[in-house]
Ligand binder design. Structure first.
Ligand code: ZN
Length: 193
């Protein structure tokens, strides 16, 4: 994995991120059946796009591909730096990218409330209740079957990204009233831009 992304800063394309309520974000994504170079190029571009945003997770539907795939990295370091031109930028290091294809939760335990955000709903941060611990079975970019246990932020991120594969954006996990308020505010903010 390290080699695959060693030069992520030099290679890869920034993909356009679809914003809520784009139709592709509301579709149930299809399973990945072909583990080919085309898929791996998409994964690389998704990671490149995620780190550039910067974000800690990105699902394929967010970049317009309705397939069951997401990437995440909750461990990388992000340092705010000021460029010679006076602009604020981020320097990223210690990457630990993970790729999840055709994920299925085999177990969910406990509950945890944590503030979430999403690259498809920029500027919105809201508390969401999730399972605290999960076990997920998935495939890697070569089609190998794997399984892992995750808790806390890792578990939250897995559930947030997996929701994207089911056509669910995190604000839809809020109470109906809260969702309505947040949605209205967000759509208004998007019109201004
Ligand atoms: Zn998201």
């Amino acid at each position: 994995m390290e080699n695959f992304l060693e030069n992520y800063k030099l290679e890869g394309n920034i993909l356009p991120i679809f914003k809520y309520p784009a139709p592709v974000l509301k579709q149930v994504a299809k399973p990945v059946t072909e583990f080919n170079d085309e898929l791996r190029t998409l994964i690389k571009d998704m990671l490149y796009t995620m780190y550039n945003a910067p974000g800690i997770g990105l699902a394929a539907p967010q970049v317009g591909h309705s397939i069951r795939l997401f990437v995440l990295d909750i461990w990388f370091d992000r340092e705010e730096v000021t460029r010679p031109n006076g602009k604020t930028d981020y320097e990223l290091s210690n990457f630990d990218p993970m790729v999840f294809i055709n994920p299925v939760f085999k177990n969910k335990e406990g509950s945890i409330i944590h503030e979430e955000g999403c690259l498809s709903v920029p500027g919105v941060y809201e508390d969401v209740k999730r399972a605290e611990k999960v076990t997920v079975e998935y495939q890697d970019m070569y089609g190998n079957h794997l399984s892992l246990d995750a808790d806390e932020l890792f578990a939250i991120c897995l559930q947030h990204e997996n929701d994207h594969l089911d056509g669910i954006v995190f604000i839809e996990r809020l109470s109906p009233l809260k969702k309505q308020l947040v949605e209205k505010k967000f759509l208004k903010s998007q019109k201004k831009n």
